[in-house]
Design a protein around this ligand. Structure first.
Ligand SMILES: [Ca+2]
Ligand SMILES: [Ca+2]
Length: 261
């Protein structure tokens, strides 16, 4: 075999080896960057209560930064103030994921748990819904809302009961309302804003979900399903809220850690 041919064959073999290794390398990178365990938010960035809101305020942020209340069932809503926070009519809350970023994976990327429940009038089952618009953001200032239907409430949070005895990381089983970033064309987000829109139900006695006692969204939990640990998504904007985080798990320590970096 001539030197040139041998050289050519060696390059070809190396090329094949590299091709063989490619899936292994890609698999490793994939395993490193995704998919982390289901994750919950780390920080309540801000809360604005609407009329009738504020119940459970003394238990936040802890009440909102874990998995949903394990005792919640489809006809036994969570009313424990240590588990849910009432936003009130038109109230709003912004949550931040600090340790992970939520990314667009197949299907639902995060689930919002309220205390919607099923009740019976005559022979008919009805859902007691206190709906909210859900919006997401990468940087904490520009939010993109998920569209919703004001009659069917499809696209809102606060319409599907919670199955607290099921895996909160499995949207098929957990209940709650799931949101898919692909619907907005976004690949990753860090902030979730939940804004009560119960007025569209309460203010219209012919609305399919009308109930005179509706008084605003009650947040139990938010769970990120597709998440990536911090540092693996470099293009997510850092925020400007460090100085003003009012409610977070170990807020002070987190600020010190970040400043030290
Ligand atoms: Ca809770
Ligand atoms: Ca998705």
């Amino acid at each position: 075999m001539k030197g040139g041919q041998r050289e050519g064959r060696r390059e070809k073999m190396e090329g094949r080896w590299k091709l063989c290794l490619l899936p292994v390398i890609l698999g490793f990178v994939f395993a490193q960057t995704s998919i982390a365990q289901p994750a919950t938010p780390d920080i309540v960035v801000s809360v604005k209560f609407g009329e009738g809101g504020g119940r459970g305020e003394e238990h936040m942020p802890e009440s909102l930064l874990g998995f949903p209340d394990s005792t919640a069932r489809e006809n036994v809503p969570t009313i424990d103030p240590a588990q849910v926070l009432s936003l009130g009519l038109g109230g709003e809350i912004i949550l931040r994921f600090e340790q992970v970023v939520i990314v667009d994976g197949p299907g639902v990327d995060f689930t919002v748990f309220e205390n919607a429940f099923i009740y019976r009038i005559g022979e008919k089952d009805r859902i007691y819904a206190e709906p909210a618009e859900v919006a997401v953001s990468r940087d904490g200032s520009v939010f993109t809302p998920f569209p919703f239907d004001s009659l069917s409430l499809e696209g809102c949070a606060g319409i599907t009961p919670t199955f607290g005895d099921m895996d909160p990381g499995n949207p098929e089983a957990s209940g709650g309302d799931g949101f898919d970033l692909a619907e907005l064309g976004l690949d990753s987000i860090r902030f979730i804003r939940i804004r009560d829109v119960s007025e569209i139900v309460k203010g219209n006695s012919s609305h399919p979900f009308y109930d005179v006692t509706v008084n605003g969204f009650d947040l139990d939990a938010v769970v990120g399903i597709h998440t990536v640990r911090n540092g693996f998504v470099s293009d997510v904007e850092e925020d400007v809220f460090v100085e003003s985080w009012p409610y977070s798990r170990g807020a002070k320590q987190l600020q010190l850690d970040l400043r030290a970096q």
